[in-house]
Design a protein around this ligand. Structure first.
Ligand SMILES: CC(C)(COP(=O)(O)OP(=O)(O)OC[C@H]1O[C@@H](n2cnc3c(N)ncnc32)[C@H](O)[C@@H]1OP(=O)(O)O)[C@@H](O)C(=O)NCCC(=O)NCCS
Length: 391
């Protein structure tokens, strides 16, 4: 078997070699894949070669992820692809392993991705840690309402205000991305189409905004596809629902994605909003120490001794004495604390708040007595973790 080597993409030639592999793996063809890879930039692409020939690759997306109100540096992985003739020879495993090692060196605390198979990523220390839900609002079932306030088109000059508004809203939702340029571009240009921005202004600035486009415009009734939907006041919530309802002569529904507990649910009396889990995402604690210290624990007092196993990144393995006082975390205090033993993957499922300690213990993924389970549940409590962005 030939030697697998991985490296950062060096020149445009690497992207051209990788494009047909990505185009084949995900459909869509090589030209479209090349455009996507070029858009991200060679600096964010890692390739694997077999016998000196590029046979696989992936895209790295540096950003943050909100946990407990703090943005923790995370590396999104996308487009993991191996040429059909090179599969089954550990290319994908080696690519992701080397990416994680390099990311750790650079101070990245977490890594997140949408898996096409759990087994591959579980071996790499990832675990299922949250969902992405699709919401479908049936516009005809919305009560007729007059617009509470004017919703106006927003030009590009409003982008910084929209980004600030998103951050203020996203930081309270465990798992949401602290978006970088790559994800913002997907919000503004979903499927290479331009989404239009509309917003509501208030005395204190922008109260919310939508990025919306018309999906499948050839088919009537139309669907309004929202690639972002931020409403930070009840007034904005009302105004945007009325704005969407004003499209019902030609549009049947509006859709968007997000965490399972959508605030719009509280503004609707009828069951005109349907929800489905579109995907689960996986999380990896790349640097356990940085991940534990980097997240927030709002107002919490708790102490825990975590014994973590991590075969892939042995620097993570060992015990961590996590002590949180008044919401401030430390790993250096000597305190008596209940003990939990778990793998780095199980810790990821707990860290995001996706799985409870009792659920993990029931399937043999956590060793912890009752006081330790209670402490774990308190430490990582929060809204059900979600993502609203694909990447
Ligand atoms: C998924 C994919 C990247 C795997 O690449 P690969 O180089 O063949 O994978 P590896 O040889 O490194 O496999 C490592 C482990 O992953 C798991 N795995 C690999 N391919 C798998 C598959 N098709 N189904 C389930 N598990 C798989 C296995 O557990 C394997 O370990 P093992 O060989 O000890 O059993 C490749 O099949 C591919 O390009 N598929 C199309 C695109 C895709 O699905 N990408 C992933 C997006 S998240």
């Amino acid at each position: 078997m030939s030697q697998v080597e991985t490296r950062r993409a060096a020149d445009p030639g690497d992207l051209e070699s990788l494009a047909p592999i990505v185009g084949w793996a995900f459909g869509g063809g090589a030209p479209r894949a090349l455009e996507w890879l070029r858009g991200a930039g060679a600096a964010h692409v890692r390739v694997a070669s077999l016998g000196g020939k590029v046979a696989g690759g992936l895209l790295e997306i540096p950003m943050g992820q909100w946990f407990g109100g703090q943005s923790v540096p995370t590396l999104g992985l996308a487009g993991v692809a191996v040429a059909p003739e090179a599969r089954g020879q550990k290319l994908a495993f080696t690519l992701v392993r080397d990416t994680l090692r390099a990311a750790r060196q650079q101070g990245v605390a977490l890594s997140t991705l949408y898996p096409s198979t759990y087994g591959l990523y579980r071996k790499l220390g990832y675990e299922v840690a949250g969902s992405l839900c699709r919401f479908t609002l049936q516009l005809r079932q919305l009560p007729r309402r007059s617009r509470a306030a004017p919703v106006e088109p927003l030009g590009d000059e409003w982008q910084p205000a929209m980004e600030a508004s998103y951050r203020e809203s996203a930081r309270h939702q465990n798992g949401y991305l602290d978006r970088g340029a790559y994800v913002w571009n997907r919000v503004r240009r979903p499927n290479q189409e331009l989404a239009r921005a509309f917003g509501l202004h208030g005395s204190g600035g922008l109260e919310g905004y939508l990025y919306v486009r018309v999906g499948s415009p050839a088919r009537v009734p139309l669907e309004l596809v929202l690639s972002d939907f931020v409403a930070r006041t009840p007034r904005a919530q009302e105004a945007f629902l009325a704005f969407l309802a004003d499209h019902l002569t030609t549009a049947e529904r509006a859709t968007w994605t997000g965490a399972s507990a959508d605030p719009r649910l509280y503004a609707l009396s009828d069951r005109c909003l349907q929800v489905s889990i579109e995907d689960y995402w996986m999380l990896r604690l790349v640097d356990v120490r940085a991940a534990l210290l980097g997240r927030g624990y709002p107002g919490l007092d708790v102490a825990l001794e975590l014994h973590v196993q991590d075969e892939l990144l042995p620097e993570n393995a060992g015990h961590y004495l996590l002590s949180v006082r008044g919401g401030v975390a430390s790993l250096d205090e000597r305190v008596a604390a209940p003990v939990a033993r778990l793998s780095v993957g199980s810790l990821a499922a707990l860290y995001s708040g996706h799985a409870s300690p009792w659920q993990l213990a029931a399937v043999g993924l956590l060793e912890a007595d009752e006081p330790a389970r209670v402490a774990l549940a308190r430490a990582f409590a929060g809204p059900a973790p979600g993502l609203c962005d694909f990447f």
